[in-house]
Structures are given as structure tokens and as C-alpha cells.
Design a binder for this molecule. Structure first.
Ligand SMILES: NC(=O)c1ccc[n+]([C@@H]2O[C@H](COP(=O)([O-])OP(=O)(O)OC[C@H]3O[C@@H](n4cnc5c(N)ncnc54)[C@H](OP(=O)(O)O)[C@@H]3O)[C@@H](O)[C@H]2O)c1
Length: 383
């Protein structure tokens, strides 16, 4: 029986993970779960899965949860408790599915404890990629990507990297692939969150609409597959059927295809190197033709260009764009700024932030906080 610790249990990835667990109760057991404030859903999850630990990042939410529980689950709160369940000796696999930089420390704790980390929290790599990858290496942790593109590349590289010339991440283009640039200024958070293919949390949905999500994935791919920016390519593919491709110097291209459903990616991470039923319907190519591909428009999707810029700069630049993006997306979701302001705020923050090469988590966090402060200041002039 494999003990799972599920960081971000109430989120979209958390729910899909539990759906896979439900299909394989003989193989997986939920050892610990976490959320931020949503104690109401945690009450239901504790009743159903009876985990040993339930952690709320928010202290008040932990008090509420504790008051509602009638089983033996231990309720804890705060960042140190998240790290504790990630590195716990009884934890076998950690699903790192907290959204944003709040997920970084617990993912790192899992890496330091040598766990299998099923990594959905891309911020762990975007902010602290060098530190994180070193911890994985030093502690023989197992890192399995939980992002459809990186899982696709990971699957395509199972035969090795001999002759690898480039990897190519596919991008759906989100809801505004065919929307002209001048019409993007008036769109609402609801429109931005209505992704045509994937059902996701609100923050990542906006990131998909701006293509910052793809930009962060480019950075993630750089670390996961140890490739420079000029061996990482992006192609627009609105159907989200080809999840990514790998190109070799003999003219071969390998791609992984499937219906767009994160349960495939999650079940692969849970069962690797085997495969198990994920509950996802088999792909029927005849129902999805034609498959379309376009070159990305770096002017319209300025966030994608900014992510490549940050990757080229390296070091703190990647954490800076991530912090600025989190601030700007929250501002957009709160109706404080317009959709196109997101990229403008990120670009200005990148220009105004000091550039350095962090070697400790404290420096990463420092950069994250100072970048947020700068981004918040800049955002005032757009509000
Ligand atoms: N959704 C996808 O299809 C997808 C695909 C690939 C990668 N990812 C990545 O996976 C991660 C999770 O995405 P998601 O779509 O599942 O997000 P989501 O639906 O917004 O869920 C986020 C989870 O994190 C918890 N959380 C939020 N803020 C927290 C904090 N400060 N401290 C501790 N926990 C916190 C939430 O708890 P509450 O419910 O209490 O707020 C929730 O359980 C992100 O990094 C995203 O980029 C997602």
C-alpha cells in the first residue's frame, strides 16, 4: 500500500488525484492532506479518506476543521506542518499541488526527504530550480512531472535522450487564441477563466489566457530536462490533443497524445513506471480532426516572451516574473486592473528589480517578497 500525502487536496489537481485514488483503493492510501482556508471541503475529505493528518495553512481554518471532525485525524496548521507531512517517514509519495510560491517549501522538504515528488507546483522550479534540482539529486528523490506537457516529454524520453535536438511544448492558446490584441483590453475575469479544453483553478486559468502558464512551463522544462532555452520551443495547438513533442537529430519526432484530462498525467505519476486505469476515456482521433498548429504570437502573448527573457537572464529573474505575475493576476481577478496590464506590470517589475543568483531558499524568498512589493507599487498606477 502506498501512502500519499496530498498538498493542495481541495484544488483541481487534488481532486483529480483523489479520483484516481478512488479507482485503486487497494494500491493507494491517503496519509495526509492539506488546504489553505477551505475547511468545509476538508471536513468531507477527512470523513471519506480518514487521513492521519489534515493541515490547514490558515490557523483559523484549522480551528474550524478541528471543531468539525469526529475521527482520529490530527489537525495541524501553518507552513511547518506542511513540510512535516511532506517529509514524514510514513509518506511514500507527495502530490505537490499547492498553487503559487506557497507550495515551494513543502515541495523542497519532500525532495530533501528523498520522496517521490509528483510535481504540479511549477513555482518550485521557477523560483528555486537550481536549489530544488540539487536537493532531488543529493537525496535520491524521484521527480515525476504533473503537468501535461512535461509528463508528455517525460514519457517521450523514456527511451533516452540520445540525438535529442529539441523539445516542443504545445499550448492551446487559451480562450483568446483568435481574439485580436486590441479586443483583449476589455475582457473580464470570467471570460479569462473559461478555458476551452481544461478545467482548472482560477489563477492558472488566467495564466493560460495570458500564456504566462506556458512561459512558466518553459522554465519548468529547462530544469526538468536540463535543456537551454534554445532547445525549448512552443507551438500553438488549440485542440490540446498532442500534449508535447520531442525532436531527434535523425528526423524523428515523438509525441504523446490523449484527451485533455489531468487524471492521465496524475495516474502516470502515481504508477510510473507502470500504467494504471485513470478513468479517462481513450482518445478517438477521428473525433478530433483536424489537429491545428500555429506559431505563437509573442506580441499578443507578451507574458510568453517575458518568460523566455527571464530564462535567458537566469537567476532571480524567473522568481521576479513569477511574483509579479501572481500580484498582477490577483489584481485582475479582483477587477483592479485590465487583462493587458498583467504583462505590463510584469515587464516593469523585471526592469526595476535587482538581478542576482540566489543560492539559498532565504534569498529566493527575499527576492519573491521584494518583487511582490515592486509589482504592487507598479500596480497602483494601473488601478
Ligand atoms: N489544474 C491543472 O490542470 C494544473 C495543471 C498543471 C499544473 N498545475 C499546477 O498545479 C498547482 C495547483 O493547481 P490547481 O489548479 O489545482 O489550483 P487550485 O485549484 O487553485 O488549488 C490550489 C490548492 O492549494 C491550496 N492553497 C492555496 N493557497 C495556499 C497557501 N497559501 N498555502 C497552502 N495551500 C494553499 C488550496 O487550498 P484552498 O482550497 O483552501 O484554497 C488548494 O488546495 C499549481 O501550481 C498549478 O500551476 C495545475
Amino acid at each position: 500500500m502506498i501512502n500519499l500525502t496530498l498538498l493542495g487536496a481541495t484544488g483541481s489537481i487534488g481532486q483529480s488525484t483523489l479520483a484516481v485514488v478512488d479507482l485503486h483503493p487497494e494500491q493507494f492510501q491517503v496519509f495526509a492532506i492539506s488546504a489553505n482556508t477551505n475547511w468545509q471541503d476538508m471536513v468531507k475529505l477527512c470523513a471519506k479518506y480518514k487521513p492521519k493528518y489534515a493541515v490547514m495553512a490558515d490557523e483559523n481554518a484549522a480551528t474550524q476543521l478541528s471543531a468539525q471532525l469526529q475521527n482520529d485525524t490530527t489537525v495541524l496548521s501553518g507552513a511547518s506542518a506542511l513540510e512535516m507531512i511532506a517529509e514524514h517517514v510514513q509518506t511514500d509519495y507527495v502530490m505537490a499541488a499547492i498553487v503559487g510560491s506557497a507550495g515551494m517549501a513543502s515541495s523542497l522538504a519532500a525532495a530533501k526527504a528523498g520522496k517521490r515528488i509528483m510535481l504540479a507546483n511549477k513555482e518550485s522550479l521557477v523560483l528555486a530550480g537550481d536549489i530544488f534540482m540539487q536537493a532531488v539529486k543529493d537525496n535520491n528523490a524521484e521527480l515525476i512531472p504533473v503537468d501535461s506537457e512535461h509528463s508528455a516529454i517525460f514519457q517521450c524520453l523514456q527511451g533516452g535522450t540520445s540525438g535529442l535536438s529539441k523539445i516542443q511544448l504545445t499550448a492551446s492558446g487559451g480562450p483568446f487564441l483568435h481574439t485580436p490584441l486590441d479586443e483583449l483590453d476589455t475582457i473580464t475575469p470570467e471570460q479569462a477563466c473559461a478555458h476551452p479544453n481544461w478545467s482548472m483553478g482560477r489563477k492558472i486559468s488566467v495564466d493560460s489566457a495570458t500564456m504566462m502558464n506556458k512561459g512558466l512551463e518553459v522554465i519548468e522544462a529547462h530544469y526538468l530536462f536540463n535543456l537551454p532555452h534554445n532547445q525549448i520551443d512552443v507551438v500553438m495547438h488549440p485542440q490540446s490533443i498532442i500534449h508535447s513533442s520531442v525532436y531527434f537529430n535523425d528526423g524523428s519526432t515523438l509525441s504523446q497524445l490523449g484527451n485533455p484530462d489531468m487524471r492521465t498525467v496524475i495516474s502516470y505519476a502515481m504508477s510510473y513506471p507502470q500504467r494504471i486505469d485513470s478513468g479517462v476515456e481513450a482518445l478517438d482521433l477521428t473525433q478530433n480532426s483536424p489537429l491545428e498548429f500555429y506559431v505563437p504570437d509573442f506580441e499578443k502573448f507578451a507574458c510568453l516572451r517575458l518568460a523566455f527573457d527571464a530564462l535567458k537572464q537566469g537567476g532571480s529573474a524567473m522568481g521576479t516574473i513569477n511574483a509579479a505575475n501572481e500580484v498582477a493576476v490577483a489584481g485582475f481577478l479582483d477587477n483592479k486592473i485590465k487583462f493587458l496590464d498583467i504583462a505590463k506590470i510584469i515587464e516593469k517589475t523585471l526592469t526595476q528589480s535587482a538581478h542576482h543568483f540566489p543560492t539559498t531558499l532565504a534569498q529566493v524568498i527575499d527576492n519573491d517578497q521584494s518583487s511582490r512589493a515592486i509589482a504592487n507599487e507598479i500596480m497602483l498606477s494601473y488601478a
